[in-house]
Design a protein around this ligand. Structure first.
Ligand code: AMP
Length: 216
C-alpha cells in the first residue's frame, strides 16, 4: 500500500504515521525528518535547507523530489510506504506519480487529517521529542509517563524544533494554505482522498485512519 498523510502543521501526521507504520508494516518516510537529519549532519543539503526550514518556508521542489526518489529507490516501495509531509505541492504530487508508475506502482490512498487552527497552534507550541529515539510527546496532550524520562527508551534529553516558534509557525500555515491545500481537490477528483477528524484523541484518529484504509 502506498499511502499519503496530508494535513497542516500540528495535525498529528508524524504521530499517526508512526502508529500506522507499525500496524500495517509500512515504511514511514517523512521528508521533514530527512531534512532535519541532513541539517543535523551538516551535509551540503543540510546547509542549503536549514534557513528555509527555520523560516517555515517550503524547500524547493527539485531538492525534495530528488531526496524522496533516492529514498524510495533505497527502501524499495514494494513493501508499502507511508508518506508523511510529502507531497506538499502539485509539482511534487506529479513527481510522485511519475516515480511510482516507473516502478509499476500507484498511490492507493490519501488521508487528510483535519483540525482547527487554534488547536494546531496549541499543539505545535507544546510538542517535543526524545533526542535519543525520536519518540514524540506534548506538554499537555501526551506527556512522558515519568517526568523527564522517555517512555520508549529511557532517554532524558529532549528537543524542541527550531521552526516551532510563532513566526515560523505562521509561515508554515501560510505555506500549507497556499501550496499544499490545493492537493485536496486534486486528490479528491482522483477518488483517493479520505478525511479524518484530527480533533479527536490520538487513539480515535488512528482508528478512523485504519477504517478509511480498510474501506474500498
Ligand atoms: P515537517 O516536519 O513535515 O513539518 O517539515 C518541516 C519543514 O521541512 C517544512 O516546514 C519545510 O520547510 C520542509 N519540508 C518538509 N517536507 C517538505 C516538502 N515535501 N516540500 C517542501 N518542504 C518540505
Amino acid at each position: 500500500m502506498i499511502l499519503v498523510l496530508l494535513g497542516p502543521p500540528g495535525a498529528g501526521k508524524g504521530t499517526q504515521a508512526q502508529r500506522i507504520q507499525e500496524s500495517r508494516g509500512l515504511t514511514h518516510l517523512s521528508t521533514g525528518d530527512m531534512l532535519r537529519a541532513a541539517v543535523a549532519s551538516g551535509s551540503g543539503l543540510g546547509g542549503k535547507v536549514k534557513g528555509i526550514m527555520e523560516a517555515g518556508h517550503l524547500v524547493p521542489d527539485d531538492v525534495i523530489v530528488e531526496m524522496i526518489v533516492d529514498r524510495l529507490a533505497e527502501h524499495g516501495s514494494e513493501g508499502g510506504v507511508i508518506l508523511d509531509g510529502f507531497p506538499r505541492t502539485t509539482a511534487q504530487a506529479r513527481a510522485l506519480e511519475k516515480t511510482l508508475s516507473q516502478r509499476g506502482l500507484k498511490l492507493d490512498r490519501v488521508i487528510q487529517i483535519a483540525v482547527d487552527t487554534d488547536t494546531m497552534v496549541q499543539r505545535i507550541a507544546g510538542r517535543f521529542a526524545c533526542e535519543d529515539c525520536g519518540a514524540g510527546y506534548h506538554d499537555t496532550n501526551q506527556p512522558t509517563k515519568a517526568a523527564g524520562v522517555c517512555d520508549n527508551c529511557g532517554g532524558i534529553r529532549f528537543l524542541r524544533r527550531p521552526d516551532d516558534n510563532p513566526k515560523a509557525v505562521r509561515a508554515r500555515f501560510e505555506a500549507y494554505e497556499a501550496q499544499t491545500a490545493p492537493l485536496l481537490p486534486y486528490y479528491r477528483s482522483q477518488g483517493l482522498l479520505r478525511g479524518v477528524d484530527g480533533m479527536r484523541t490520538i487513539d480515535d484518529v488512528t482508528a478512523e485512519i485504519e477504517k478509511a484504509l480498510d474501506a474500498a
